[in-house]
Design a binder for this molecule. Sequence first.
Ligand SMILES: [Mg+2]
Length: 389
Amino acid sequence: MRIKGIRETSASLASPMRNAVIDFSKMTLSVVAVIMDAKLEGDRIIGFGFNSNGRYSQGGVLRERLIPRLLGADPDSLLDDQGILDPVRVNACMLQNEKPGGHGERAFAVGALDAAIWDAIGKAEGKPLYKIFAERFNDDIYDNRVSVYPGGGYYDEEKGIEGLKSELKGYLDTGYVLMKIKVGGAALEEDKRRIDAALSIVGEGRNLAVDANAALGIDEALRYANAMSEYELAWFEEPIDPLDFKGYAELAAAVPIPLATAENLFSEADAENLLSYGGLRRDCDWLQFDPSLCYGPTTFLNIVRKGERMGWSSRRHIPHGGHQLGLHLAAGLQLGGTETYPLVFQPFGGFGDEDEIKEGYINLPDSPGLGVEMKSELYNKILKPLIDG
Ligand SMILES: [Mg+2]
């Protein structure tokens, strides 16, 4: 199975809401289709990949550097001993002549292509991707269902508190148990009113997480953490800058609320630094590396394994990103769960059209690869035009 062609496009993720730091009115992402020379049951194998929300599309990096490198390589140099694409070799090819460090825009471009390569591998083997991940990286053991929670509760002036409650009630009615809302984008007293309103829907504090999107300084984060201590919430996400490891260590030593971070760290080196110097607690804090932003699932797998060598259970990972890639990794590596976006970042957010949530868990799909074809709006509006165009 060799790469025959690659297509890329930029798609809109525009949404009217905001978190504490950015609004999403001009948000985009990159979508890629890697077309193979092989077929599965008569259909040409095409791997699809895309990065997730928050980091914009990366067409320049894809068109000017990564895609020409892959198409210019000896096709056989990208294959493993079985003649199937080898993601490690593909990654090395994409990253030739790229200096170490400075992990930013290119990490998202590589991430989209790497996801597409894995999608193609799943399709070539006729298996859902979580089974491939389990076979190769987890002694063929996988979870049959995955804990999933909606990232929502964004700031939206028009919705107000009642709108927030009705959003969360909708998640509850859909089958979710744990959910997350934004904080740090209003005064603390207003955020406490939002938390009280959310708790009136979700019940216990352990069913509600809050996310400040790195908006706070250390003193403000401590004030928030102390003010929220009475609620016994599930976690306090990105209270401070994602690279302020000293600040995370200070917070973790000072407050009982579990912390969650890492959606804005994109490399193995950054992961090692967080786990070495961030003071996070292996028994209660959460790691949220985004597999589509941190150079793709190949690097995400390395981060999980690196964490294990440093004493972190795979169950402490709950990937950011909110789509099927996180779901397959969560099942195949037996992670703690995955995020989803039922109402925002469509048509990319969430899972297959037929996938149901029950008591906070989702069962795993059977379709080969990532199963993006099972999201009809995504396939019909974005993916099919990309390969037909
Ligand atoms: Mg977050």
